[in-house]
Design a protein around this ligand. Structure first.
Ligand code: SAH
Ligand code: SF4
Length: 431
């Protein structure tokens, strides 16, 4: 979502004469769009700011300037504190106010902090997309009302909000006109989507994807991140009925143990999670299931951890895992049964080992299959290209430049833990 937000900021700045650069020495404005989800991401902000300060000083020596702004969830959470720690920063603004960026620049102030949650929706002020990408992001839902005890999102992104149906379909049409053949719908709880249509009817995510699938030229639809509590039957059925909906489900569970899920305030049981995965696999046996795991949540026992490992072995194909990171202001951060860092790390390592094992198993089972692969970029080796399978696996193959941006059929020839290798399927002429 930060990538999407950054693209939107760039679009807001273009009419003011700004363009993007890869070289900080050329920049006269630098915006750090930040993430607050774990401590590591937050620390990175301050080291990045230190580096930008060096460029700012160099620019000032030459009689120029580099205006530094901090956007995103660290800005939202830390506010004034950023200016205290880094007084050379000019602007601090959160994820729900960046549509005011042109106004901030016009004000030309050196000490601006805007961490409002305005009543107006920022989406009404954003400009039409200017993405020109084969695979594009589209935010449809933001914020969260679920308040898991470890998570800062409800405090930084604010209350749950669903964009109206028409705004989303219009944006998707423009993205497709600009060359997108794949769109990933984004939301902190994307499957909690309940947007209003022009006739006043409320559409859920399944209905929305049905509407999007009617757009000519849109070949692939994905969505992330979904929550087990909002995984309804209509959404499961969408993976069967709508050919554009890809056979991939990212459904974070965090832990395989009921007492931990309860302490996390996830408000579902592990049995309910099993049921969802069983249901969807029954309808779409090929679906690839991904999840998120937190190692060492306060109070997690060895037995709880073993249940997480067992869940991965039994139900999960791939996933992301993190050591529990106490976030200021969240209930779990002040729990008195914190797990020592070394224990968290050992548990994380075990989770990652078993995830790698599962990925390898899945990828090797795909050898010999023919898959439509969306060719996205040039690889490092000669004539090498990298694409994405329907299951979001990266596939490396030998090809030609003209294939970039197209979907080609590849026969999978090898599978490693993180990648597949394939070759172009050549037609064999009959007779
Ligand atoms: N809304 C999604 C997740 C959004 S946050 C859901 O409810 O599943 C993305 C991921 O970051 C989470 O799934 C979780 O695994 C991880 N995460 C969030 N807060 C964390 C924390 N305090 N420490 C470690 N990982 C965390
Ligand atoms: Fe955070 Fe997701 Fe829980 Fe919301 S549902 S509080 S975003 S982990």
């Amino acid at each position: 979502m930060n990538v999407y937000d950054s693209e939107k900021m760039v679009e807001l700045l273009k009419p003011l004469g700004y363009s993007t650069t890869e070289n900080p020495k050329e920049a006269d404005l630098a915006i750090l769009n930040t993430c607050h989800i774990r401590d590591k991401a937050e620390q990175k902000v301050f080291s990045d700011l230190g580096r930008l300060r060096i460029h700012q000083k160099a620019a000032q020596k030459l009689g120029k300037d580099l205006v530094i702004a901090v956007a995103g969830c660290v800005a939202q959470a830390a506010g004034e504190e950023i200016l205290r720690q880094a007084p050379y920063v000019s602007m601090v603004f959160g994820p729900q106010t960046y549509h005011r960026l042109p106004e901030y620049l016009a004000r030309n102030t050196n000490h601006l902090v805007d961490i409002d949650f305005p009543v107006e929706s920022k989406f009404d002020f954003l400009l039409k997309p200017d993405a020109h990408k084969v695979s594009a992001f589209l935010s449809i839902q933001e914020g969260c009302d679920k308040f898991c005890t470890f998570c800062c999102v409800p405090y930084t992104r604010g209350a749950e909000y669903s964009r109206p149906v028409k705004a989303i379909i219009d944006e998707a049409k423009i993205l497709v006109d600009q060359g997108a053949i794949e769109i990933t719908l984004l939301g902190q709880n994307v499957n909690a989507y309940h947007g209003e249509n022009t006739d006043g009817a409320i559409w859920g995510l399944a209905r929305l994807m049905e509407g999007l699938a009617k757009i000519n030229g849109l070949k692939r639809i994905r969505y992330t991140t979904s929550h087990p509590r909002d995984m309804d039957d209509a959404l499961i059925q969408a993976h069967v009925d709508i050919p554009q909906v890809m056979p991939y489900l990212h459904l974070p569970v965090q832990s395989g143990s009921n007492p931990v899920l309860k302490a996390m305030n996830r408000k579902h049981t592990i049995e309910a999670y099993h049921e969802i995965i069983n249901k969807i696999r029954k309808k779409r046996p090929d679906i690839l299931v991904s999840s998120d795991f937190i190692a060492g949540f306060p109070g997690e026992t060895d037995d709880d951890h073993r249940q997480t490992v067992q869940l991965i072995l039994d139900y999960i194909d791939t996933g992301y895992s993190f050591c529990y990171s106490p976030r200021p202001g969240t209930p779990a951060a002040i729990a008195d049964n914190q797990i020592p860092e070394e224990v968290k790390k050992v548990r994380l390592y075990e989770i990652q080992e078993v995830l790698l094992h599962k990925q390898l198993q899945r990828n090797q089972a795909d050898v010999g299959k023919i898959m439509p692969v969306l060719v996205e970029k040039v690889g490092k080796k000669q004539n090498q290209f990298v694409g994405k399978s329907p299951y979001l696996q990266s596939v490396y193959f030998q090809g030609q430049l003209r294939l970039l941006g197209n979907i080609v059929d590849l026969k999978i020839t090898a599978g490693q833990a993180n990648t597949l290798e394939g070759e172009i399927v050549t037609m064999v002429k009959a007779g």
